[in-house]
Design a protein. Structure first.
Lengths: 245, 46
C-alpha cells in the first residue's frame, strides 16, 4: 500500500473512531451523568466547557513548539520551516475554536448561576487575553503581506505561550469569582463526585481526538496551499526565462 | 432516552440548549470550512 492510501485509511479510521467517541461522551453527559443537586441540569454545560477550556490551554503549546521550529529552521532548512509553519497555523485556528467555545459556554453558564454574562475576574480576563492573542495571530497572518509575516506571527505565539500558565494558575493565585480548581487541586474538599468521572473523562478524550483530527485536516490543507504557491512561483520563473530568450 | 428537560422555557434550559448549539455549531462549522477549502484547493495540474 502506498503512503498516500495508508494515510487516507488512517484518517478515515480516526474520523470514525472520533465520531463514536463523541456520540458516547454526549450520551454520558446528557443521559447517564446524574443531575447536580445544587445547580440542576445547567451543570451539564461543564461537560463541554471544561474539556474545551483544558484543551485550549494545550493547543497553544503545539503552536509554540511549531513556531519555535519555524524560527529555528527558517534560514537553516526553509522546507522544514514551511512544515513547522503549517503546524503552527493549524494549531492556532484550533486553539481559537476551543477558546471561543470555552468563553461562550462559560458566559451562558454565568448568566444563569451568577446573573451576569461577564465579570473582569482574573481567570476570565486572562482567558480573554489568550483568545485576543490568537485572533491577532490569525489576523496578522491573513492581512499582512510582508515577507516577515510568518516570523512576526511566530513571535506573537510566544506571548500566547506566556499567557497560558497565567490562565491556568489564575484560580490558584488569586481569589476569583470563577469556581476553584476541580482537577489537580490540593484542597481535599474540591472536585466533583466520582459518579461524574466517566462523563468528564469521555468528553476530554473525545474532544482531544476531535481537536487532533481538525489539526491534521488543517495541516494537510496548508501543505496543499504551500505546494500550489511553490508551483506557481516556479512556473512564473520558468515563464520569465522563456520570455527573456 | 428522555431529553425533554433540555427543551423548556426557563433560562437554565434555554442556556443549556444554546451551549450545545454553540459547541456543535462552531466545531461542525469549522470542520466543514476546512473540508470545503480542501475540496476547493486542488493539487497543481488537476
Amino acid at each position: 500500500m502506498d503512503r498516500s492510501r495508508l494515510l487516507k485509511s488512517v484518517a478515515v479510521a480516526w474520523f470514525l473512531l472520533t465520531l463514536g467517541a463523541i456520540v458516547y461522551a454526549t450520551r454520558l453527559a446528557l443521559v447517564d451523568a446524574p443531575t447536580d443537586a445544587l445547580q440542576g441540569n445547567i451543570f451539564r454545560i461543564f461537560f463541554y466547557h471544561v474539556p474545551h477550556s483544558m484543551l485550549s490551554l494545550v493547543w497553544p503549546y503545539v503552536n509554540l513548539a511549531a513556531s519555535a521550529g519555524f524560527l529555528f529552521w527558517r534560514r537553516r532548512d526553509p522546507l522544514r520551516a514551511l512544515t513547522a509553519d503549517a503546524v503552527a497555523i493549524a494549531s492556532a485556528e484550533v486553539t481559537l475554536v476551543y477558546a471561543t467555545i470555552c468563553l461562550a459556554t462559560g458566559m451562558l453558564w454565568g448568566r444563569v448561576e451568577w446573573g451576569i454574562w461577564w465579570t473582569w475576574d482574573y481567570r476570565l480576563t486572562s482567558m480573554l487575553v489568550l483568545w485576543l492573542l490568537f485572533v491577532s495571530y490569525l489576523m496578522l497572518r491573513a492581512l499582512s503581506s510582508t515577507g516577515q509575516t510568518k516570523t512576526l506571527a511566530a513571535v506573537l505565539s510566544i506571548f500566547a505561550g506566556i499567557d497560558v500558565p497565567i490562565v491556568y494558575m489564575s484560580i490558584r493565585w488569586w481569589r476569583t469569582q470563577h469556581p476553584g480548581p476541580v482537577f489537580f487541586s490540593s484542597d481535599p474538599d474540591a472536585g466533583v463526585d466520582k459518579s461524574y468521572y466517566p462523563a468528564w473523562i469521555a468528553n476530554i478524550v473525545a474532544w482531544a481526538m476531535w481537536g487532533l483530527l481538525l489539526m491534521a485536516m488543517r495541516y494537510a490543507l496548508e501543505r496543499r496551499r504551500q505546494q500550489r504557491e511553490q508551483d506557481a512561483a516556479l512556473k512564473a520563473i520558468e515563464d520569465s526565462l522563456e520570455f527573456t530568450r | 432516552m428522555k431529553l425533554s428537560w433540555l427543551f423548556g422555557p426557563t433560562m437554565a434550559q434555554r442556556h443549556l440548549l444554546f451551549a450545545y448549539l454553540v459547541v456543535w455549531g462552531i466545531q461542525g462549522g469549522y470542520a466543514a470550512w476546512v473540508a470545503w477549502q480542501w475540496w476547493r484547493t486542488k493539487p497543481q495540474g488537476q
